[in-house]
Design a protein around this ligand. Structure first.
Ligand SMILES: Nc1ncnc2c1ncn2[C@@H]1O[C@H](COP(=O)(O)OP(=O)(O)OP(=O)(O)O)[C@@H](O)[C@H]1O
Ligand SMILES: [Mg+2]
Length: 493
């Protein structure tokens, strides 16, 4: 490998051994007892060395901190005298000295000198000479805090769910009436989802971030015969795999250290709906366990030997296209077919500009109520900017823009100059770019005229004569303006 550690290819084997021996001498001087002491004390891991009579020979500073013991009170004593809560069967050091075989990454729980429970992950290596065990060296990583934090996350989630589930339908705020938008795409989706609300088939919803996946999922539940049973949403990206598994399936006492008898979300959602948000972030092994629940209608708590039947409707969401997930192997094919009995795609906002005006009105009303303001709407220039902007964050981004501006505007119409109050991301860049263009009276009048024409054409279904009449101008004058502003009437029919 050419890293200098391998014997040079052209040196005789014997020469190489002599060379190694020559290098050992200065190394021995460098790695004096004090030096090793210093190195071991500087590590974040605890280190203990025990001889074959289980007498402690070495005990570093980190271990002394973890266990609350001073090294001079420990060294020379027998292991079980210092840790009376340990038994030879549980002790990794005992096991290694007896077997002469190393143990790596073993999870261990014991009480320290002050009676505090310590959780460590240990690697224990035998110290051998001529085939005999002289003792063992153990390296311990303290994971008590990490463990406590992950338990806390679980507990908080359970508490939150407990609260949410008190009224049977709680956790679910929306109905199909909450879905704003006149576009054909949205109206068709609402119609389709109302139709399937009565069944128990699984639903997979795909949509970019902020398109309303959760809104649709909640509406489906509120419309269904399950509406008086729980609606529970769990984000699959928010938790590490093992925690997500215990949260979904539940645990039995003793299934792992500290585990309690706890029902999982499947059991808690019994009779209702479980929304598995961002299923694209669920690991493959958990996906296969989920498939089993879907196929057999039963769950097994972690550590249990029996199944519990559950009646839960599953709605899953993904913000990445299922085809891509399947192609890259991040979504199991069998699970995909099970989940997508009903498959729904929510189009991004930029593909349905017809929805913008209604959504703007809806959010202005919402924040008028919330902030006690009297804003009437947005002016024509802002409306056309909203219709042109591609909204990468979709409806959520539109709502944030309106909320942001309404902190500063109290009444009247929101105008282009008010958009300076929005200070985040791509919308701000877009507005700044727009304001670099000429923004004199002439160009603002042009924008206004263009909007009037577009509206008139929409109302007339693309008929130029009718639109001209409603605008009070001649047909030829309208045609001239269509060319001037590059408006394609066919797109508006
Ligand atoms: N058609 C709509 N009518 C009214 N409000 C909407 C509509 N679509 C989305 N919203 C609102 O936009 C916000 C984002 O919606 P939601 O949380 O359902 O999006 P999402 O697709 O789940 O996003 P993400 O992938 O980021 O989780 C919510 O406040 C929701 O109420
Ligand atoms: Mg969501």
């Amino acid at each position: 490998m050419g890293n200098g550690r391998n014997p040079p290819a052209l040196v005789e084997n014997n020469n190489w051994v002599m060379e190694m021996k020559r290098q050992e001498e200065p190394l021995k001087k460098i790695f004096s007892y004090e030096m090793v002491n210093q190195i071991f004390d500087a590590l974040d891991e605890g280190i203990i060395i025990v001889d074959r009579d289980y007498r402690i020979l070495f005990y570093n500073r980190t271990l002394s901190r973890i266990e609350g013991l001073e090294s001079h009170n420990v060294i020379g004593k027998k292991l079980l005298d210092v840790f009376p809560s340990l038994t030879p069967e549980e002790s990794t050091i005992y096991q290694v000295i007896r077997s002469g075989k190393p143990i790596f990454n073993r999870y261990q729980t014991y009480l320290n000198y002050r009676g505090k429970e310590i959780k460590t992950v240990n690697s224990t290596i035998p110290i051998m000479e001529n085939g005999h065990v002289l003792g063992a060296l153990e390296i311990s990583r303290d994971v008590s805090e990490l463990y406590m934090l992950s338990q806390k996350v679980l507990e908080l989630q359970q508490k939150l769910l407990g609260k949410k589930c008190r009224p049977a339908h709680a956790g679910c705020r929306y109905t199909f009436d909450s879905i704003i938008g006149r576009s054909q795409k949205i109206r068709e989706l609402v119609k389709l989802m109302k139709k399937v609300a009565g069944t128990t088939s699984s639903v997979l919803i795909y949509g970019e971030t902020g398109t309303g996946k959760e809104l649709f999922a909640q509406s489906l539940h509120s419309e269904s015969p399950r509406k008086n049973h729980p609606f529970i949403a769990q984000n699959c990206a928010a938790l590490p795999e093992t925690l997500l598994e215990s949260l979904l399936f539940g645990t039995t006492k003793g299934s792992f250290t500290g585990a309690e008898d706890k029902p999982g979300l499947f059991e808690q959602a019994d009779g209702g709906t479980l929304l598995l948000d961002e299923i694209n972030c669920m690991g493959l092994s958990l996906q296969s366990k989920l498939l089993r629940v879907l196929q057999e209608g039963v769950v097994r708590r972690i550590g249990a030997s029996y199944d519990i039947p559950v009646d839960v409707r599953i709605i899953a969401t993904t913000n990445e296209r299922p085809e891509e997930l399947l192609k890259s192997g991040r979504l199991r094919k069998d699970l995909f077919y099970r989940l997508s009995v009903i498959y729904v795609e929510i189009p991004p906002l930029r593909e349905r500009p017809e929805d913008i005006e209604d959504l703007v009105g809806h959010f202005i009303e919402k924040y008028n109520r919330k902030f006690k303001k009297d804003v009437k709407g947005v002016d024509q220039q802002v409306l056309s900017l909203f219709k042109e902007y591609p909204w990468p964050g979709n409806v959520r981004e539109l709502e944030h823009v309106i909320e942001g501006v309404m902190n500063y505007v109290d009444e009247g119409y929101i105008s282009f100059s008010d958009l300076k109050y929005v200070n985040f991301g791509s919308f701000r860049n877009y507005v700044e770019h727009r304001s670099e263009r000429p923004s004199g009276v002439k160009s603002r009048l042009d924008e206004y005229e263009k909007d009037l024409i577009i509206n008139a054409l929409r109302k007339s279904g693309g008929n130029v004569s009718k639109a001209a009449k409603s605008l009070g101008i001649k047909r030829q004058a309208l045609q001239y303006r269509l060319r001037k502003y590059g408006i394609d009437r066919k797109l508006l029919s």
